[in-house]
Design a protein around this ligand. Structure first.
Ligand SMILES: C[S@@+](CC[C@H](N)C(=O)[O-])C[C@H]1O[C@@H](n2cnc3c(N)ncnc32)[C@H](O)[C@@H]1O
Length: 232
């Protein structure tokens, strides 16, 4: 699909047929061309070429399910010599992330509307230096729908550089335990750090909080579980 001349036409990227009512943030997505990509053909055309997009050879980090972007925006602000790609599905959250990036004049961040499961469509071999999954939906009772499973590691085998890590934070004790258990069966990856109380470790000082993390800490006083998994 080419570019949309009129922002009223943007629905065509997301729906087969026109609908009566749309989420207003869907239209707003077109206002951040430097920060937000929603045209999947364009996204896929950058496969293996994201360094060209960012205009440098810096490492690229990927966040799946970034919410409103606090974590990736915080990282992009702190580490100007790294590039960040953040995936999210919800229009409003993508727009909020793009707005924050524009306000800070960041040059090393891009929000993309894609599912985490589709990374092989638009990320090339060894293109990623690290990956973040923060507070993914736990899918209680429907655990097969979780983002972190064997298939995720199969995809990471292709896109993640050797020595790169997957960083996982959750409030969910069972998801945390299940991931540690899963890693016993996965060759080529090693849990190099884990804690069930991130905010009482030496890592707390450098930790950048996500929106959900903020909420779990302030409202629910919960312990945050955290795992670092390295590709060997
Ligand atoms: C519980 S929220 C956490 C958001 C953020 N990481 C945080 O910690 O504040 C999970 C987010 O993942 C997004 N999400 C769910 N499934 C996804 C998928 N398959 N690919 C990309 N994003 C997904 C949801 O839209 C939601 O914003």
């Amino acid at each position: 699909m080419g570019t949309v001349e009129n922002k009223k036409e943007v629905w065509q990227y997301f729906f087969e047929k026109p609908k009566k009512n749309y989420n207003k943030y869907m239209f707003e997505m077109v206002e951040y061309p430097d920060y937000l990509m929603y045209d999947n053909e364009k996204v896929d055309s950058y496969k293996g070429k994201w360094n060209e997009f960012f205009g440098n050879d810096n490492d690229i980090f990927l966040e799946i399910g970034c919410g409103s972007g606090n974590f990736t925006v915080g990282n992009a602000e702190k580490f100007k010599d790294r590039n960040y790609i953040a995936l999210e599905l919800r229009f409003k959250r993508l727009v909020l992330g793009a707005r924050k990036s524009q306000k800070r004049h960041l040059k090393n961040i891009l929000f993309i509307r894609k599912r985490g499961e589709t990374v092989l469509e638009f990320i090339g071999e060894n293109e990623i230096s690290g990956m973040y999954i923060n507070f993914p939906d736990p899918w209680e009772g429907e655990e097969h729908k979780r983002l972190i499973n064997k298939e995720l590691f199969e995809r990471m085998d292709i896109i993640l550089k050797k020595g790169g890590k997957l960083y996982f934070k959750t409030d969910h004790q069972q998801y945390y335990e299940d991931v540690l258990e899963l890693l016993k069966e996965i060759d080529g990856y090693e849990v190099v750090y884990h804690t069930d109380d991130l905010h009482n470790t030496e890592k707390a000082a450098e930790n950048i909080k996500t929106e959900f993390e903020q909420l779990f800490l302030s409202k629910h006083n919960m312990n945050i579980k955290y795992v670092e998994i390295e590709k060997k």
